[in-house]
Structures are given as structure tokens and as C-alpha cells.
Design a protein. Structure first.
Length: 633
């Protein structure tokens, strides 16, 4: 199936394209996205694609259940190891860190990352509590019959139990302490408690202590009993927020609860209070509906609980794909929903989930790129500042590199964007990387490692900062050490700077040194107060080239039988002129080949085509443009 971009531009009026350039454009990556989380190369490709279609926030799962294993972290966790004797989800090799890889590749592309604690206070899915309740049976949430509370297939632990709360906060703060993240994403199960629950011994004991020894009502929908439990959840959230913000005011506290007031009635999630009391920095209710009228209704209902003064923290959670139900949103439904958001001053969406954007040859992702996400957008919560500028990257064959000695260009090994350089003997050789540092800040310095059995496990990388240098030895042999690897954090000042050198000093004979790309990326934990309003380091050193063509409106339009399509190209290039119908189906290809610079006039005969709206798309090299035309019979 051919790519169908630039197809639905004309379906909506101007407001879709005169939108604010401050928009929250997020996608959730869950554990079922096995094609990306389980492979570092696919993580890199996935982040490249998401950035290319205008996504600016990644909500990546870090706490989830997979199959019969119950809940584990999707990063190596000392907290998990301390509580349960296992540091990470058993589906992942112990040497891998999916969270670390997502953060590096997303930040490289200028996207923020919010670790997403998807399972929250549930322990497992239909596993009788899983390994968590097996290890800590008193953590189990009980219903009024004394049984483990199970709702919608999920097993639950008590969100009011102090030890459970301590555990969840410990996971949250561990992520913030160990990774350079931009926010934290809680979901429809955190903080949450099925309304049927709360009858575990610990919760009952706390209730008694606050009610003169009285037991909680056996009617779990008793209004006062519901309010008491909901307030305990909100207090947990406030305490968690305090722990998060103590580590940095810049860390966004984000929630994607179920829709209110259903969320309160069924899971005691009082998201209205979270907004009113400013416990959350942003709210993304799960408006997960599979038809436009239902979505429109839930959007309006949810907004009725949000004051206009807080509309800027409200974004829409949109369901685009359900694998088990074989559901995939249509481009028409997707764009109409975004249009409805913008008309109601809702400047952002979070899509559930990643795979939906990539199915059918990236149809939904490319639709966003061609229409409402065509222009890049900064994030509303950063107030016009660029919090995550793109990384600066220098390849081994760029002009910013100085090479000494004899290096061999590999004809079989692929690196970051090109082939790699090999040094196979002991005669001295080096490669130095210079960067155009765009502002004064702490930067993480990375090298792209291409590993192999012949490579050295002691590659000497020298990192230069202001008047100082130090050497770090990197293992180029270990399979799990490939891709972008952080070498050191250094303070750099603005200007052209030599930042990194790789050589073959003291590398044993028979071991190869492999040279590939280098990268600098701002470290926000060390530089939280640096204000960036200019473009990224990569954009400074490599300006974007504008399209070298013009596509004119066809004439006549509307037309009955024939119309003329005129365009001009300014450099010799591959040119393709294609006609599509409203479904994205290609109905004609008028030009497909190299053309010289000049003006072109193509006659299109639509006499055999039914009445309706069509699109003509001109692609010249890597750029494209699209216009609408109407056939009238």
C-alpha cells in the first residue's frame, strides 16, 4: 500500500491550521508495543518517526503486567529488587534498559519523556494478585466479603495502605533520581481504588481511628465512605507530588484518569479536586470512544468540570487503536476529533497507543504530519521555552571532524547514519569531534558504539570541557553496549568547541577501535535554569533547506472533464504527481521521473471519474505539497 500523506487537508476549515503553536502532542508506548520496546534499533527508528510527524511528548510505560508474570518495572529497579528480589520485568534481558534507551532517542529528537506508571495500584491481570500479593498478602485490597478485589479483570492492592503508598512513591522517585526525565504520568489506576474495595484490615483500622472506632459502612457506595476513601487517594497524590517537585519544579505531574464523574463513582478518582487543588500540572482524561458522537459528548462533559482559567492544562486522551478488538480509528474521525478539541481551546492530545500510528504503512501518523501536526509545536507547560532542544550530532565523516592516522572505512558495518571507521593495527590514530555549542550549559556527551567480537573493550574517549579533559574507557565489544552510550557530563560554553577525541592508545594488538558519530545533549537535571528560546544545536549547524518547487492551483476548479495542473521546480530532481480520492486511494499517477528545472503544465482528464473531491500531490525529492480539486458532473 502506498503512503497517503497530504490527503485530508481540505476536509476541515482554516481553524485546524491557524492553531496555536503551543500544543501537547503525546503518544503512549505500552508494553504491547513489543516491536519497539524489545529492540534498541526499533526504539531509535520509532522515536525518529514520531518526531518527524510532530509528536513532542513520549509517555512510555515503566510499570506494567505482561502475561502471567504480574507487575514489574520496565527498567532495572533497585526498589523492585529490594521488595521482590527481581530488578526488572522477566520478559527483558537483565542487561537491557528500555527506559534509558527511549529517553536517549526521544531527547535526541527534541521530545520530552514522561515515564508512565500504567498499572498503578493494580497488581496483575487475572492472576489472583500475582507475585506482589503472594509476597505481601496484607497489601491486598479486599471487598466487603473479604475477597481480593478484582475489577474489569485487574487485581488490586490497597491504595490506602501506607506501605503500598510508600512502594509506589519509591518507584516514582527512583525514576526521577536515576533518569533525566521531564515529567511523571499517572493513569486510570493511580491513584485509584475500585469503589467495591477498602475493607482490608489496614484501611479499616485507619478508618476506625478517625471515626471513634466505628467500622466503615458495608454499603460501598455510601456517600461519606466514598468521600473518605477518595480524599485519602487525593492526599496520597498530593504527597507524591511533593516528593516529585522536591526533585525539580520542572518535572511535570501529569494524569490521565478515566472520565469524570464516572472515575469517581467507580474508582474513587477525584480528578476535579486534583485540578482545583493544583495537585496535577496537567490532566488528560481518557476520552476513549470509538465513534465521533460519543467522543464529542465526552469531550464536552469533561470540559464542563474544568474552569476556563485552567483550560490550558486540559488535553484529550484519544483512543486510536485496540489490538484485541481489531479497532483502528479512521483518519476522518481522528481529524474531526482534533478539530473539535481546538474549537474548544483544547490544545493537545495523547494517543493510545503507538502502534496505531504505524499501521497501514503509517497512515494515521502521516495524516497527522500532513495536516494538523504539519507545523512543529512547543509545549504549553514550558511557556514558549524550548526545554528539550534537539541534540547536536557530528558524524565521523563530517567537516567538524579531524582525523589523524590511517583509518579503514568499513564496507560491511553500518553505524548511526553511515559506514564506520576501523583502526585494526597499533600505529597511532585519532578522531576529534568539534561541536557548535549553542548555549552555556551542562551537556551529556555520547558516542555511538557499534559493537562486535573483534572490537576493543577499552576504547579511550577523551572528553574536553572548559580548560579540562578526562579519559573514559568504553566497551565496544559488548552486544548490549551498542547504540548511543553516555560517556560523561561536562559544562560547555557557547561557540565552536572540541568536545571529544577517540584514539587507539594502549589498545592491544588484534583489537579494533571503531569510530562512529558523537553527540551532545543538554542535561536538564544539571541545567534546569538554562533558558533556550533559539533553535537546537543540530538546527544551528545544519540549516533546513526549503522546498525547491511551487505547486499552483489547478484551473479550472471545479471542473467537468479536464483541468490543468501547473508547477515549477528549481533543481533537477525526482518528481511525482499523483491524484488521490478521499479514501487515500491513488487513482492516477501523472508524473513519475527525473525532471530538469523549469515550469510544467500537466493536463488531467477526469472524465471517467465520479463527482467529488480529490487531491493532487506533488513530491519533489524529500518534500511534498498537496491541493484539492473538485470534479462536478
Amino acid at each position: 500500500m502506498k503512503k497517503t500523506i497530504c490527503l485530508l487537508v481540505a476536509l476541515f476549515a482554516l481553524p485546524l491550521f491557524s492553531q496555536s503553536l503551543h500544543e501537547f502532542r503525546a503518544v503512549k508506548i505500552t508494553n504491547v508495543d513489543s516491536d519497539i520496546l524489545f529492540d534498541d534499533q526499533r526504539i531509535a527508528e520509532g522515536m525518529d518517526y514520531l518526531a518527524s510527524i510532530g509528536i513532542n511528548v513520549i509517555l512510555t510505560v515503566v510499570w506494567n503486567s505482561h502475561g502471567a508474570d504480574g507487575d514489574y518495572t520496565l527498567y532495572p529497579s533497585r526498589v523492585m529488587e529490594r521488595y521482590f528480589g527481581r530488578a526488572m520485568h522477566p520478559a527483558f534481558p537483565a542487561q537491557r534498559d528500555p527506559l534509558k534507551r527511549v529517553i536517549i532517542e526521544a531527547h535526541r529528537n527534541g521530545m520530552e519523556v514522561f515515564p508512565w506508571f500504567e498499572m498503578g495500584f493494580s497488581t496483575s491481570y487475572s492472576q489472583n494478585g500475582g507475585h506482589i500479593i503472594q509476597r505481601y498478602p496484607d497489601w491486598a485490597l479486599k471487598d466487603n466479603s473479604g475477597k481480593l478485589c478484582v475489577k474489569n479483570g485487574f487485581d488490586w492492592m490497597s491504595a490506602i495502605h501506607p506501605d503500598v503508598q510508600k512502594f509506589i512513591v519509591a518507584l516514582t522517585t527512583e525514576v526521577i533520581d536515576n533518569y533525566d526525565v521531564d515529567g511523571i504520568e499517572y493513569s486510570d489506576r493511580i491513584p485509584a481504588m475500585p469503589v467495591e474495595g477498602g475493607y482490608d484490615q489496614t484501611t479499616v483500622s485507619i478508618y476506625r481511628s478517625e471515626h471513634n472506632g466505628a467500622n466503615p459502612p458495608m454499603n460501598y457506595r455510601d456517600a461519606n465512605w466514598m468521600r473518605w476513601r477518595a480524599d485519602k487517594l487525593s492526599q496520597f497524590y498530593k504527597n507524591a507530588r511533593d516528593s516529585i517537585k522536591a526533585r525539580g519544579d520542572w518535572i511535570i505531574v501529569s494524569s490521565s484518569p478515566s472520565v469524570y464523574p464516572w472515575s469517581y463513582e467507580e474508582y474513587l478518582q477525584d480528578s476535579k479536586t486534583w485540578v482545583d487543588a493544583e495537585i496535577v500540572d496537567q490532566i488528560i482524561p481518557q476520552l476513549y470512544r470509538t465513534n465521533y458522537s460519543d467522543y464529542y459528548y465526552e469531550l464536552n462533559k469533561s470540559l464542563s468540570y474544568i474552569p476556563l482559567s485552567k483550560r490550558d492544562i486540559f488535553f484529550s486522551g484519544m483512543l486510536i487503536y485496540l489490538r484485541g478488538d481489531n479497532y483502528l480509528i479512521t483518519p476522518d474521525f481522528l481529524l474531526k476529533s482534533i478539530q473539535a478539541n481546538r474549537e474548544r481551546q483544547v490544545y493537545g492530545e495523547a494517543f493510545f497507543f503507538y502502534q496505531g500510528l504505524r499501521l497501514n504503512n503509517n497512515r494515521l501518523g502521516d495524516t497527522l504530519k500532513a495536516t494538523c501536526y504539519a507545523k512543529p509545536a512547543s509545549l504549553p507547560h514550558r511557556r514558549g521555552k524550548i526545554w528539550r532542544p534537539k541534540a547536536g550530532i557530528v558524524n565521523e565523516d563530517d567537516p567538524e571532524v579531524t582525523i589523524t592516522g590511517n583509518w579503514e572505512i568499513s564496507t560491511t558495518i553500518n553505524g548511526f547514519k553511515s559506514k564506520v571507521l576501523l583502526k585494526k593495527d597499533t600505529s597511532y590514530a585519532s578522531i576529534c569531534y568539534c561541536f557548535d555549542v549553542p548555549f552555556d550549559a551542562w551537556f551529556d556527551v555520547f558516542a555511538y558504539l557499534v559493537t562486535g567480537p573483534n572490537a576493543t573493550d577499552q576504547a579511550p574517549y577523551t572528553v574536553y570541557s572548559e580548560g579540562d579533559s578526562s579519559t573514559v574507557f568504553m566497551n565496544q565489544k559488548d552486544f548490549y553496549n551498542k547504540g548511543w552510550q553516555a560517556i560523561k557530563s561536562v559544562y560547555l560554553t557557547r561557540g565552536r568547541k572540541k568536545v571529544l577525541k577517540l584514539d587507539n592508545r594502549n589498545v592491544p594488538n588484534g583489537q579494533w577501535v571503531v569510530a562512529d558519530a558523537a553527540m551532545i545533549m543538554i542535561n536538564r537535571k544539571l541545567s534546569p535554569d538554562v533558558v533556550v528560546t533559539a533553535v537546537s544545536p543540530q538546527e544551528i549547524s545544519r540549516p533546513r533547506i526549503p522546498p525547491n518547487f511551487v505547486l499552483h492551483p489547478n484551473y479550472p476548479n471545479p471542473f467537468n472533464a479536464t483541468t490543468r495542473i501547473r508547477y515549477a521546480i528549481f533543481t533537477e530532481n525526482w518528481v511525482r504527481l499523483t491524484i488521490y480520492d478521499l479514501t487515500g486511494r491513488e487513482v492516477a499517477r501523472l508524473v513519475d521521473g527525473y525532471q530538469s528545472p523549469g515550469n510544467y503544465d500537466v493536463l488531467f482528464d477526469g472524465a471517467e471519474m465520479p463527482s467529488g473531491m480529490y487531491f493532487y500531490q506533488l513530491t519533489v525529492g524529500q518534500f511534498c505539497s498537496c491541493r484539492k480539486m473538485i470534479v462536478v458532473k
